[in-house]
Ligand binder design. Structure first.
Ligand SMILES: [Zn+2]
Length: 614
């Protein structure tokens, strides 16, 4: 990878300057990691990290966050029993020097080893867990870098039973045992790994690269329902081909999809350079909806192999792991990736046009029911991901950069198609970023996405970016979708009540709790607060969050008597109901599209495979 070019030269120079290294210039620089466990019920991994000493203190530092989740997670909180040794096993002093770092004084030692235990109790795609049946770890949680040596080569020994299967993007070393290597620390910590006795692994090939679908089923056996291995591999291969066709290049020789299937509702996945890790419910193959979700999440994570793992904001290049790296571009890294989920599925023939429109309708409805869209721009939500991007803060302030970014991706794609009579689109922007930045071994600047989009469109997009990306103007859905002969309209759903309270409810145990009070709504005007517990409306006890039957009996403007419980005491509020509670967004084709609209629509969603062949 281009990122390694400069560091490799630097480490070669260091090796020449070091008389000991001159004997074995590569190995002396190698940092060796070992991961073991003696009693998995304790959920404690034993970690050992060995590095050469150069007569100076050796500083080991654990990441405070991981790429893909832009929030501090302080992995060192899980570290205990830190000790250090020289190459003969004699103890050395190891000192905590800040929240994530230890300094070891080597004295006359040639090498130092840091040993500690890591408490692995969190099970999601980006965390680490340990049970008697499986070890799942993200090296970014539990392996430190050596200060000044992130670019040194690394080896990893996983002390799993010999008959266990290990699934990882790390390079397998020849010989017995579970021994792996990586060119540098960045690759090591980009490599989530499953070790288990009963992994199901399907191998297949796409465009000359080896692909693997690996499944660990937490409870029971892999159940494919109505689907078959052949069908699933064929569908995932089609998706893979469409993603490759966007860029015209496969940037890896091997790719792993690492699935862990759990027996409860769950959905989390994380992207990596040559793999993706997923923890999802084991119902993926039990219904068409489940299967759509399975393919969608694959499309998303696989597209990340280009967008963010390689085409990356300069602010995130290289990853530092220690402190927040701020960028206004997560609406691109995550949102544009989310937009491509539907695009790739449609181009691969795995999503009908109606399905595309349904997805767009749902996304528009979701954004338009987020009050934060009028307060927080796409850029600001990217920048503040570190404190509000994942559900913290005022729910009326936050917006999802996934959601808004996916709609911005759509509007930009169609705007560029319009400006170029269908000759170009968002694919060309992504390809330009690939060539101009990633292939030159660097990230793209904060204004680089707009610059690339304008170059592809052949005109200024300043108005678009200042109003909809940096600003909070309402998005121009209808006028932009008209480019491809679609319309986005708000329509009243006659089967739903128009009357509304202007709050969100959540069931917590037996309680109906007000989870949010919308700004400028009837509930707020009546003095109702978040976390109030709803007891009754007009004397009717409320036992479900679905108040539609009750609201159907009333009209906007009616006054209702609401009993709430706040701080253990019942209080009464009079609420004058608002209206338009049954408005929803619908995207559908216009009745009589023009020839141009039809052509642009076809160019937008047709497969890239035939068109790629000369
Ligand atoms: Zn993502």
């Amino acid at each position: 990878m281009s990122r390694s070019i400069v560091p490799l030269v630097a480490s070669a120079l260091l090796a020449l300057a070091d008389p000991v290294s001159a004997q074995a210039p590569v190995m002396s620089d190698t940092v060796r990691y070992t991961l073991g466990w003696d009693n998995p019920a304790s959920q404690l991994y034993q970690v050992a990290v060995t590095a050469s000493a150069r007569g100076e203190p050796v500083v080991f530092s654990l990441p405070a966050w991981r790429p893909g989740r832009y929030i501090l997670q302080n992995y060192a909180a899980n570290v205990q029993n830190v000790r250090a040794f020289d190459e003969r096993g004699n103890p050395l002093p190891a000192e905590w020097i800040d929240l994530d770092s230890w300094r070891v004084e080597p004295g006359s030692a040639n090498a130092v080893t840091l040993r500690y235990e890591y408490y692995a109790h969190t099970f999601d795609a980006g965390s680490s867990t340990l049970t008697p049946d499986a070890a799942y770890f993200n090296p970014v949680n539990l392996f430190p870098w050596i200060e000044g040596r992130k670019d040194a080569p690394v080896t990893l020994v996983i002390e799993a039973p010999a008959d266990w299967t290990v699934a990882t993007q790390l390079e397998k070393r020849p010989g017995s045992g579970h021994r792996y290597a990586a060119p540098d620390y960045h690759r090591l910590v980009d490599s989530p790994t499953i070790a288990a006795p009963d992994l199901v692994v399907w191998d297949y090939e796409v465009d000359g690269a080896a692909h693997h679908l690996a499944f660990r089923v937490v409870q029971g056996e892999l159940d494919l329902g109505e689907y078959s291995r052949e069908r699933i591999v064929a569908d995932v291969s089609r998706l893979t081909e469409e993603a490759v066709a966007v860029f015209g290049v496969t940037p890896f020789d091997e790719y792993w999809h690492l699935f862990q299937l759990v027996p409860f509702p769950f959905g989390h996945a994380v992207e990596h350079e040559s793999s993706a890790s997923y923890v999802i419910q084991d119902r993926a193959f039990a219904s068409a909806n489940g299967y759509d979700g399975f393919l969608s999440i694959i499309a998303h994570e696989f597209f990340h192999a280009w967008n963010v793992k390689r085409i990356r904001p300069a602010a995130l290049w290289p990853y530092e792991y220690s402190t927040p790296q701020l960028t206004r571009l997560h609406w691109v890294t995550e949102g544009v990736t989310s937009y491509y989920e539907g695009v790739l599925l449609a181009r691969a023939g795995l999503l009908e046009e109606e399905g595309v429109y349904r997805r767009l309708s749902n996304n528009i409805r979701a954004l338009q029911s987020s009050p934060g869209r009028l307060v927080t721009s796409a850029e600001l939500s990217s920048l503040t991901a570190w404190h509000t991007g994942y559900g913290d803060g005022n729910p009326n302030q936050a917006i999802s950069f996934y959601l808004k970014g996916s709609l911005l991706g759509l509007l930009l794609d169609l705007t560029i198609r319009d400006a170029t009579d269908g000759a170009r689109g968002l694919d060309d922007v992504m390809r330009l970023l690939w060539e101009r930045h990633y292939e030159q071994g660097r990230g793209y600047p904060e204004d680089g996405f707009q610059t690339a989009a304008e170059e592809v469109a052949g005109r200024s997009l300043d108005d678009f970016f200042s109003r909809y990306v940096a600003g909070t103007d309402e998005l121009p859905y209808d006028e932009t979708l008209a480019i491809v002969g679609l319309t986005a309209r708000q329509v009243a759903n006659e089967s739903k009540p128009a009357a509304t309270f202007g709050w969100r409810l959540r069931k917590q145990g037996d309680d109906m709790t007000i989870s949010n009070v919308l700004p400028d709504g009837p509930a707020l005007a009546a003095g109702i607060m978040r976390d109030d517990v709803l007891v009754s409306v007009d004397g009717e006890a409320t036992e479900t969050v679905d108040l539609d039957p009750l609201l159907s009996q009333r009209s906007p403007g009616d006054e209702v008597r609401v009993i709430l419980r706040r701080s253990g005491e019942e209080i009464e509020k009079r609420v004058t109901l608002g209206g338009e509670g049954n408005l929803q967004w619908t995207v559908e084709p216009v009745a009589s599209p023009s020839e141009r609209q039809l052509q642009l629509r076809q160019g937008w969603l047709e497969t890239r495979l035939e068109t790629a062949v000369p």
